[in-house]
Design a protein around this ligand. Structure first.
Ligand code: PLP
Ligand code: SF4
Length: 346
C-alpha cells in the first residue's frame, strides 16, 4: 500500500509545463535547465510559494542562470577523488559519508551535488550501498557515519532500518548522523512508524536544512516534534543564499524560530563553488557581517558556525581570522592540515 508521503512524491511538480500550469510562467525558458538539472517540488513545498521570485521559489524553481557555469567546477569538493567505493566519501579520518541514494524529495537549485543528484546513471544500487557499509567496516578509524545522498529518508522504513542495523553492528562506529531536507519539503514522511523505528538507534543525530523562516510551518514543526519525541537530536545546516536569506533580520528570525522548534543551529555554509549555482553567491565579508550581527541579539546557542568547505576536499573551516589568511577577491584559507587554499570570493 502506498503511504501518503509516497503519494505526495508522485504528485510532485517535475516538468516546466506543470510549473507553467500552476504559476502561469513561460515553460520554454526552463526546458534546457531541467534537461540538465532535474526539477522536483513537492505539493507541500509548492504551497509555501507566495509569488514568483520569493525565497521559497528561488530555492526550488529552475532559473536559466543555472546554465551559466561561470568557470566553476562540477565537483569543487573533489568528492569523487575521496570515494573508495561509490557509496562512501571518506575525507576526514574519523568520519565517513555514506551516500544512501541519489534522489531527494525536492531538488534544491543551489545543491552542491547538482552534477549527479536525481540522475539515474548516478543512482546507488543496493549492492553499492552494501559495499559502502563494508568499506566502513573495513576502516576502523571511522567512528562517525553520516548518512547523506540524496536524501536518506527517501529510503523505505525497512531498508533504512537495515542500513542502520548494519552500521550499529560495526564495533568502531560510535555515532550515526542523518542529513535530510525532508522535514522541510516533505514533512508527511516523518510518520509515527518511522519515528518508532529510529528510536531504537538512539542517540541518533539528524541535521536538517531550513534556510528561511517561512519554511517553519505547523507541519514541519510537527515533524520535528515527532523526531525529538523519539529521542532524535536535531540540528540545522543553513546555506547562505543570495535573495533567500542574505539579510540579518531573516537569519535572526530563522535561528530564533529554530530554537523554539527544538532544532539547534549548527552550520551556516558559504556556498560551494559549484557550476550552475553562481547566482546564489554571497561575498564572504557579507556573510561574516551577517553572523556578527546576530551576536547580542540571540543566545550563542542560536548562532550557527559560519563555515567554508575548502575547494579540493580539504575539509570545512570556520570563517575566522584563524583560518582566513587574507581577504579580498581571492581568499587565502588555511586548511586543517596546514595547506593554503585559495577560494574565489565573488
Ligand atoms: C561535512 C562532511 C562531514 C561531516 O562534517 P562535520 O563537520 O563533522 O559535521 C563528513 N564527511 C564529509 C565528506 C563532509 O563533507
Ligand atoms: S536535499 Fe540536499 S542533496 Fe538533495 S537537492 Fe537539496 S541540497 Fe542537494
Amino acid at each position: 500500500m502506498m503511504e501518503s508521503w509516497q503519494n505526495a512524491l508522485r504528485a510532485a511538480i517535475t516538468s516546466p509545463s506543470q510549473l507553467a500550469e500552476r504559476f502561469g510562467i513561460d515553460p520554454k525558458s526552463l526546458e534546457a535547465v531541467c534537461e540538465r538539472y532535474p526539477l522536483r517540488i513537492t505539493p507541500y513545498y509548492a504551497g509555501l510559494i507566495r509569488q514568483a521570485g520569493d525565497p521559497i521559489w528561488r530555492q526550488c524553481v529552475p532559473d536559466p542562470a543555472e546554465l551559466d557555469d561561470a568557470g566553476l567546477p562540477a565537483d569543487p569538493l573533489a568528492e569523487e577523488e575521496h570515494s573508495p567505493v561509490p557509496a562512501l566519501v571518506h575525507r576526514y579520518p574519523d568520519r565517513g559519508l555514506l551516500l544512501t541514494g541519489n534522489s531527494c524529495a525536492g531538488y534544491c537549485r543551489f545543491c552542491t551535488r547538482k552534477r549527479r543528484i536525481g540522475r539515474r546513471e548516478h543512482g546507488i544500487s543496493f549492492g553499492e550501498l552494501q559495499r559502502g557499509i563494508d568499506a566502513i567496516a573495513g576502516r576502523p578509524q571511522i567512528r562517525d557515519v553520516l548518512l547523506s545522498g540524496g536524501d536518506p529518508l527517501l529510503l523505505g522504513d525497512r531498508l533504512l532500518e537495515e542500513v542502520l542495523d548494519r552500521l550499529k553492528r560495526i564495533p568502531h562506529v560510535e555515532i550515526i548522523r542523518i542529513g535530510s531536507r525532508i522535514p522541510v519539503v516533505l514533512p508527511e514522511r516523518i510518520t509515527p512508524q518511522l519515528c518508532r523505528m529510529l528510536q531504537r538507534f538512539r542517540p541518533l543525530y539528524l541535521n536538517t536544512h531550513f534556510n528561511h523562516p517561512r519554511e517553519l510551518t505547523e507541519q514541519s514543526w510537527q515533524a520535528c516534534a515527532r523526531l525529538a519525541a523519539a529521542g532524535v537530536i536535531l540540528g540545522n545546516q543553513t546555506v547562505l543564499l543570495r535573495g533567500v536569506n542574505d539579510d540579518a533580520d531573516t537569519l535572526l528570525q530563522l535561528n530564533r524560530n529554530l530554537l523554539q522548534m527544538g532544532v539547534r543551529p549548527y552550520y551556516l555554509h558559504q556556498m560551494d563553488l559549484t557550476a550552475g549555482t553562481g547566482h546564489f553567491r554571497v561575498r564572504v565579508e557579507k556573510g561574516r557581517e551577517l553572523v556578527q550581527a546576530l551576536r547580542g541579539r540571540i543566545t550563542g546557542m542560536g548562532i550557527p558556525q559560519y563555515v567554508i568547505d575548502l575547494p579540493g576536499g580539504k575539509g570545512k573551516v570556520p570563517v575566522t581570522n584563524d583560518y582566513v589568511e587574507s581577504w579580498g577577491d581571492e581568499l587565502v584559507l588555511r586548511a586543517p592540515d596546514g595547506a593554503r587554499v585559495v577560494y574565489l570570493n565573488s
